[in-house]
Ligand binder design. Sequence first.
Ligand code: ADP
Ligand code: MG
Length: 248
Amino acid sequence: MSLLKLDSVSKYFGGIKALDSVTLEIENSKFTLLIGPNGSGKSTLINVVTGIYKPDSGSIFLEDRNITGKKPHELYKLGIVRTFQNPQIFPNLSVLDNVILGISPIKGESILRSLFKPIWLREEEELAEKAYNILKIVKLDRLWDRPARELSGGQLKLLEIARSLMTRPRLLVMDEPLAGVNPQLAKEILNILTDLKRDIGIFVVEHRLDIVANYADYVYAMFMGKVIAKGSVNDVLNNPTVVDAYLG
Ligand code: ADP
Ligand code: MG
């Protein structure tokens, strides 16, 4: 059974079919890449998967559970967690505190929740230890007590990934995680994602195909709201319909 399945999902904005009967599957322990020219519907797809938009028709399943129309915070609790193109960090808090606070699909909501969590759910120390172990995974542990404002753009992406791991996601959804990151750090991020995918599914929209191609297990290409190709990186990138979509 696939981890996530979209079955003929459509989403319209006025007369625009942003998603036109999209069917796709994301497997656990796989890096699934979504590509397509600007305006193809990639961000809309991510917004539908993470509950920001409700599909106008079609169904979405998390394993065998129908999650169509669920709200972002409900999906977040079920383990569908996204990172944002512009990391939403607290610049004056330490790297560790930023991880402890985690991320939220609804800005601000988790801050309140997280502030109370240590009091009645578990010891603050335990959370700090968990956060520190996660910082080791993303190789930011030696910067744990630095204010987040001192991190580079690429390190902020790593911090964003670390925060998303605090909730033990089952599916990590990322919109352009490599935008503005230098090639060296981009590879580091991709290596970390490769480690993580042992336990979870990873679904990424990314434009920098030269770097990401070696890491993707499965690729979907979209154009004008439709899935126009799927398969291995080579199959999809050499598919004439995909080439035409990019050139057109
Ligand atoms: P991509 O991420 O592949 O560049 P989008 O999903 O952002 O594409 O957009 C797909 C289409 O839907 C585009 O034509 C875009 O203009 C339109 N669209 C996306 N979001 C909205 C919105 N909130 N309101 C109106 N039109 C939108
Ligand atoms: Mg987009």
